[in-house]
Design a protein around this ligand. Structure first.
Ligand SMILES: C[S@@+](CC[C@H](N)C(=O)[O-])C[C@H]1O[C@@H](n2cnc3c(N)ncnc32)[C@H](O)[C@@H]1O
Length: 240
């Protein structure tokens, strides 16, 4: 689950590497943030994909000129025969497990025929398993997601994703870590997700106990204030 991020440091890094010519751009896992950026580029065309119908109305407002496609990357007909100069993969790898379990391992290969030029990938390093209170926040969130019968995000390290890219016919040209500053917005965001899952637990006693646990971990995590914890990363990779 991505942290609230510095407004444009990651996208600015892509803009510096890319230069002014964007051509046809695909946002392969879109949201208001990535489409807001892609829609602001001097691109010839913008296409964006999501598998979540609830996003569609908001996305049409964010970038009215963009073609937003509701589709599932496991469907072989999705964007069949189409290719793009630049393809943004923004927090998609970690999200796939929630929609198409295990497909993250085939996703970069699935995308490959649609890339004429370059992939710009944003990922979140798996949370540090340091036993600290922020680690606890994320573990409580994931426990609640699982107890509600839903699937968690599953993040992958930069080194592993770079290796997947190389193995599937891309050439990594540059990559960088961006340590995350996290504070109350992050803590409240993750624990609000947890709270929304609690009513779905089967056991009423566990619901009460979990609400108390969430309140306790929230108070301790908010006491930390803002700290550097975890990291986002970016990878730029060309085809061929
Ligand atoms: C975490 S969101 C990405 C956030 C977005 N880039 C933003 O603005 O911050 C993940 C996106 O990938 C899409 N996605 C995940 N798995 C998918 C799949 N198997 N097929 C198609 N889209 C998928 C989701 O529907 C969502 O649009």
């Amino acid at each position: 689950m991505p942290p609230v991020r510095r407004e444009d440091a990651l996208f600015s890094w892509f803009e510096r590497i890319n230069g002014p010519v964007w051509g046809d751009v695909l946002d392969a896992g879109t949201g208001a943030h990535s489409l807001g950026w892609v829609g602001s580029l001097p691109a010839r065309s913008v296409t964006a994909v999501t598998v979540e119908a609830w996003r569609m109305a908001g996305l049409a407002e964010v970038a009215p000129e963009a073609r937003v496609v509701l589709g599932e990357w496991t469907d072989p007909t999705l964007l069949h025969g189409e290719s793009f100069d630049q393809v943004l993969v923004d927090y998609v790898i970690g999200a796939i497990d929630g929609h198409a379990p295990f497909f993250q391992y085939g996703f970069l290969e699935r995308l490959r025929p649609h890339v004429r030029g370059r992939v710009y990938l944003v990922g979140l390093e798996p949370q540090p398993r340091d036993g600290g209170v922020l680690d606890e926040v994320c573990r409580v969130r994931d426990a609640c997601i699982l107890l509600a019968g839903h699937r968690c995000y599953r993040e992958y390290p930069r080194t592993l994703v770079a290796e997947w890219l190389e193995r599937t016919g891309y050439r990594v040209i540059d990559t960088k870590d961006f340590p995350n500053r996290v504070g109350p917005r992050f803590v409240n965001g993750q624990l609000d997700v947890a709270m929304r899952k609690v009513p779905l637990f089967r056991d009423p006693a566990l619901r009460v106990a979990m609400e108390n646990t969430i309140a306790d971990v929230r108070a301790r995590a908010l006491d930390l204030g803002e700290v550097t914890w975890g990291a986002d990363y970016v990878i730029a990779a060309d085809v061929g």
